[in-house]
Design a protein around this ligand. Structure first.
Ligand SMILES: [Zn+2]
Length: 194
């Protein structure tokens, strides 16, 4: 099946969105609902950049992450065509409440932002910001996710998924989407790794 127009098609064909590092150590899953929200926001703010923090959880070993929701767009965020400042207004409250209502099972796992008309690859500023977050002991997110939504002139949404590790620096992840061949909307019960 053609997966070139990733944006729309993947949402409708029961695929689990998943990315993995070359070493297969790092795995990131993204819920379709979350992906749809990201695409809608990116399109709504185009040609300016936009983004929010990511809500999710890690496996016990810290190498598998599920991204399940987006933090609200902070009102003090500022996006232009080539830059994005993710604001901080209300975020501390949001994550404090989230931890309480989820009994600590949902928390901050990283960031996403759009690159309208540009590749889904981190800029030097992106690298700097993400590494700063990974290294910030207050944030307590030593393996911090960055999802970039590029939107090229050929009208295809591109997704770039990266982990910024306090110890290992930037780690690119490649798509490892899993098709659910059986007509079943439940998430696959099969282990992702062998
Ligand atoms: Zn960027």
């Amino acid at each position: 099946m053609c997966r070139k127009s990733m944006g729309k098609r993947i949402l409708t064909d029961g695929t689990t969105l998943m990315w993995q590092s070359d070493c297969q150590k790092y795995t990131i899953r993204l819920s379709n609902t979350c992906f749809l929200k990201i695409l809608e926001m990116a399109q709504a703010h185009s040609p300016n950049e936009v983004g929010t923090s990511l809500v999710g959880c890690y496996s016990d070993n810290g190498f598998e992450a599920s991204v399940i929701d987006l933090a609200p767009l902070s009102l003090d965020s500022k996006g232009s065509r080539t830059s994005f400042y993710r604001g901080i207004a209300g975020l501390r409250n949001f994550f404090t409440k989230l931890r309480q209502t989820s009994s600590g099972k949902r928390y901050y796992v990283g960031e996403w932002h759009s690159h309208p008309g540009a590749p889904s690859f981190p800029s030097q500023t992106d690298d700097k910001n993400q590494l700063a977050i990974a290294k910030d002991t207050n944030t307590a997110c030593p393996e911090c996710i960055l999802i970039l939504i590029g939107h090229t002139l050929s009208n295809v949404d591109e997704i770039g998924v990266f982990v910024y590790s306090r110890k290992r620096g930037r780690i690119p992840l490649a798509p490892a989407h899993q098709s659910e061949d059986i007509a079943d909307s439940r998430p696959p019960a099969v282990p992702m790794r062998n």
